[in-house]
Each structure stands twice: as C-alpha cells, then as structure tokens.
Design a protein. Structure first.
Length: 332
C-alpha cells in the first residue's frame, strides 16, 4: 500500500487527502495550525475549510511535518503557489529520497516566473522525473462531497504517473495520466486568471455570451503561452485546460471567479479577499507573473493583461472591457 503525506490542510489539500484515503491509500496530513490537525484526526472534520464534510476515520493529521513525511512514498504539496518555495525549504530534509512529489498548486511564482514543478526540483534537488502535477476541473467542495469528476496526473515518468493514478482512483474520482507537465501547469495557472475575468464581467452585470467569449478567448491565450513553453496543445483541449476553465469560470464555488465578481460589482481588493473567506485566489498574483512570462516569450495575452490592470494598476472593470473591445480587429 502507498503511504502519502499531504502537506497543506486547506480546501483542496483536505479534499484530496479524502480522495486518497477513500482510494485505500494510507494518508497523513500536515496542517499549519495544531487545531486544524486535531479537528481532522479527532473529529474527522475540517470546519476551517470544508464545513459539513465528514472525513474518513483513517485520515490522520499532525502539525509536525516530520511525522507526516516519515516513510511517505508520495508527497502531496497542497499549499498556495507563492508559499511553496518557503515551505519546501523547511520540508526538504525530511522528504524520503525516492518519493514522488505531487504538486496540487495552480500558479506561476512571482519574480522567478517558474512553474511549480520547476520550483520543486530547484528547492528539493529532485530529478524532474520524480515531480508530478495534478490538475483538472476539481472544485474542492464538490470532490469532498463525492460528486464525480476527472483529473489529469502529469509526470514524465509513466511508472510514477500510474502509481499515483492507482493511489487516488475512486468510484467518484477518475485520474488520467499525461506526460505533459508543462501543459497541465500552464492550464492550471492561466484558468485562474481567466476565471477572475469572468467574475469581473458577471459583477458588472454581463451575461452568458460574454462569459463564453472570455472562456474561449482565454483558451486561445492559454494555448499560445503553452505552445511557446513547449506544451502539447491537446493537453489544453482536455481536462487540465478546457475542463478546468469551464468549471472555474462558471461556478460560484470558485474563489477566483468570486474575487473577480466582487471587483466587478465595485468592491475593493480587500473586500474581494474577504469574500473568498481568506482562501487563496491564485490568479490575483499569477496574472502578473503569467503576463510577464508571456511577454518574455512574445506571446499576446490581452485578457491576462486586462486582469492585471484591474487587480494591480487601478483600472476599472468597464475601462478594461473598453480596452479589450477597442483592440484592432483580426482573424480568429
Ligand atoms: N480549492 C480548490 O477547489 C482547489 C482545487 C484544485 C487546485 N487548487 C489549488 O491548490 C492549491 C492550494 O489551494 P487550497 O484551496 O487548498 O488553498 P486554501 O487557501 O484553502 O489553503 C491553503 C493551505 O495552505 C496552508 N499554508 C501553508 N503555508 C501558507 C502560506 N505561507 N500562506 C498561505 N497558506 C499557507 C494554509 O494553512 C492552508 O492549509 C492552490 O494552488 C489552488 O489553486 C485548489
Ligand atoms: O476556487 P478556485 O478558483 O481556486 O478554483 C478551484 C479549482 O482550481 C477548480 O479546479
């Protein structure tokens, strides 16, 4: 039986730990706060992030990362992108030498413009073949409630990908393997930015035509960037691209969409942060890093640019809409 450490006990870390436990994997979670670890181990609940969900009694949690990592052959990294490097620095010496490192985070690191798998290899020294990424239309609360969904596990080492697939396949969660790590990471990071744009549009009262237009043109941006970085465009036509875009851009459960909606409705960055209940809306920081990554590869990403201008340079949402619609016309 595989032994997994899930490092991070927020919404997705908790929901994915439940998936692993339901699949028969031995799981120990690490939570930053001891009270979160205690609620998971003793009450089989995580009321801080997934209120009302009962967790499997077999799921254990600790606030000591060394205990979680002891003997783990799967290490699941479930903290926000911008905190991964710092957290990994503290965890690296306790990670088992040949374990597989699975990233759940969907973002691009500010400043370095690195994908999460690159950060993981750089900080831990792990060969890239040991690093995997999980990404797809996976809103945590729906998965935790056992609603059927699929996902992609990307790893250049197909044996590790299949081992991970076995460790998390359940009657409600269907993982597909894919060797395209870059495509999965680009899809996961970019869809959050596009979901912010969809939320902004709904916040100013725009309807489904606008939503569909943003999703479709957002996909075009994502594919342009992915191809420039070496991704297979077919990955972005799959669960980790279109699939995740549709789920995140359409659901009120999405923190990114909710954040954007509050900005569109006239709220401040601070009130939008409160609306997401302190949980991470990765696109707010990643819009700037994705924009910079695109610029460094001469890739045009006008929606990403507009989201950056609204979030970080004080542009109003109506002005951003005007900017986008005022661009020169061109073939599709
Ligand atoms: N929630 C979802 O539906 C979902 C689904 C798929 C992927 N993801 C991705 O998974 C990653 C984690 O998301 P989440 O939903 O679990 O986030 P969250 O905000 O719900 O929880 C974040 C967790 O990381 C911990 N943490 C450790 N160091 C931290 C730091 N320096 N700053 C902030 N938190 C820190 C927090 O204590 C918390 O347990 C993100 O990249 C997100 O995009 C989320
Ligand atoms: O709540 P969001 O916007 O972070 O999106 C959650 C997941 O990434 C959906 O797949």
């Amino acid at each position: 039986m595989s032994k997994a450490a899930v490092l991070g006990a927020g919404s997705w870390g908790t929901a994915f730990a439940k998936v692993l436990a339901d699949a028969g994997t031995d799981v120990t979670m690490w939570a930053r706060r001891p009270e979160v670890a205690e609620a998971i181990s003793v009450d089989h609940q995580n009321p801080f992030y997934l209120e009302g969900i009962t967790l499997p009694p077999s799921l254990k949690a600790t606030s000591d990362h060394r205990l979680a990592l002891e003997g783990a052959d799967i290490v699941v990294l479930a903290v926000p992108s911008q905190s991964l490097r710092e957290n990994l620095g503290a965890w690296t010496s306790s990670i088992e030498p040949d374990s597989t490192l699975l990233s759940l985070a969907k973002g691009i690191e500010s400043g370095t413009l690195m994908r999460m798998s690159q950060v993981i290899s750089q900080v831990t020294g792990a060969d890239p073949s040991r690093v995997a990424v999980l990404s797809g239309p996976n809103l945590a609360r729906e998965i935790a409630a056992g609603q059927p969904a699929a996902t992609v596990i990307a790893c250049t080492d197909s044996v590790r990908a299949v081992d991970l697939q076995k460790a998390c396949a359940t009657g409600y969660f269907r993982p597909y393997t894919n060797p395209d790590v870059i495509g999965c990471e680009v899809g996961g990071a970019c869809k959050n930015v596009i979901a912010l744009a969809c939320g902004m549009a709904s916040g100013i009262g725009l309807g489904e035509n606008t939503n569909a237009t943003i999703i479709t043109r957002g996909l075009a941006e994502m594919i342009r960037l992915g191809v420039a970085l070496g991704a297979n465009p077919a990955t972005l036509a799959g669960l980790a691209g279109v699939g995740d875009l549709v789920a995140t851009c359409s659901s009120p459960l999405s923190r990114n969409r909710t954040f954007g909606h509050h900005l569109g409705a006239g709220g401040s960055m601070e009130s939008a942060q409160q609306a997401t209940k302190g949980q991470v809306a990765e696109g707010v920081k990643s819009c700037t890093s994705v924009r910079a990554l695109a610029a460094s590869h001469d890739v045009e990403m006008p929606l990403t640019e507009a989201v950056h201008l609204v979030c970080h340079e004080g542009m109003s949402v109506p002005d951003a809409v005007g900017l986008l619609l005022g661009r020169r016309t061109k073939p599709e």
